[in-house]
Design a protein around this ligand. Structure first.
Ligand SMILES: NC(=O)c1ccc[n+]([C@@H]2O[C@H](COP(=O)([O-])OP(=O)(O)OC[C@H]3O[C@@H](n4cnc5c(N)ncnc54)[C@H](OP(=O)(O)O)[C@@H]3O)[C@@H](O)[C@H]2O)c1
Length: 249
């Protein structure tokens, strides 16, 4: 296989960290550029272990100018960028009455606008280089299902799904593919806190999930790894659910 270069946001913890490890350990031709809010010991180990193939930039995704500069650096260094995984995101758990417009704006800025900024730049680079690009957004089942206290998050993820479908159609003939991965409840960094402080809700999610358990970050990473690979050569404009059967009900 020839060299394959990709960027991945939110690589410091949870699903993003699992995807980073999966891609680096299973594909010796993959070069990953990770972008995340802060660094940590796990990332330091990956930088040491994969010196030649893992580059890390500390940045918030909503710092749109800095993100564009980072992508310019990656383009200069590697030429084409073959895939992008827009994974970083935040959640706010508040009733609609308690969610100010400022909260809606903030969640939308991070979960939606920042990812549109990255996708637009990847599309531009891809068109300039006449190279294929496979873009994956990490969305959520909350983008298409109603939940109490998650309306700000729902708005941001459903808008991302909408952007993904439009861009997939607009650039299908340019070998640019876009898809969403929509996880159900996954044991990422917030799981322990959630189990402890919202045990009633945690039990309810187990009850609602046909498989009776939360997903693992590694299970999300396996799917993401296929979706951005060359093997995924015909799927575009699709949202893939990985939710233990939640959305099948
Ligand atoms: N876990 C779930 O149950 C679940 C379900 C459905 C969808 N998702 C989606 O999956 C994605 C990953 O979630 P997760 O549960 O793995 O989250 P997580 O454990 O909280 O990890 C998120 C990662 O993104 C980074 N990050 C957060 N905000 C950022 C920002 N503004 N700019 C740059 N980096 C930022 C964090 O940086 P730090 O390390 O510095 O904190 C962290 O490394 C999100 O888009 C989320 O909406 C998760």
């Amino acid at each position: 296989m020839s060299k394959r270069v990709g960027i991945l946001t939110g690589c410091g913890q949870g699903i993003g960290l699992a995807i980073t490890k999966n891609l680096l350990s299973n594909n010796k031709d993959y070069h990953i550029v990770g972008i995340s809010k802060s660094t940590n010991s796990e990332l330091d180990s990956l930088k040491k272990l994969y010196k030649e193939r893992f580059l890390f930039f500390e940045s918030r995704i909503e710092d749109s100018e800095k993100i564009l500069e980072i992508l310019d650096v990656v383009q200069k260094r590697h030429g084409a960028i073959n895939f992008g995984i827009c994974n970083a995101g935040i959640r706010s758990r508040l009733s609609i009455s308690d969610s100010s417009l400022e909260v809606y704006r903030n969640v939308f800025e991070i979960n939606t606008i920042s990812n549109i900024n990255i996708a637009k730049k990847l599309i531009t680079i891809s068109l300039e280089n006449r190279s294929a690009c496979n873009i994956l957004f990490v969305s959520s089942i909350v983008g298409t299902r109603g939940f109490d206290e998650l309306s700000t998050y729902a708005v941001s993820k459903s808008a991302l799904d909408g952007f993904m479908r439009s861009a997939a159609v607009e650039y299908a003939k340019d070998s640019i593919q876009l898809n969403c991965l929509a996880p159900g409840f996954v044991e990422s960094s917030y799981a322990e806190n959630f189990k402890e402080n919202r045990n009633d809700l945690y039990e309810w999610t187990l009850d609602q999930t046909p498989m009776g358990r939360w997903g693992k970050c590694e299970e999300m990473a396996n799917i993401a790894s296929f979706l951005i690979s060359e093997q995924n050569s015909y799927m575009t404009g699709t949202t893939i659910y990985s939710d233990g059967g939640w959305t099948a009900k």
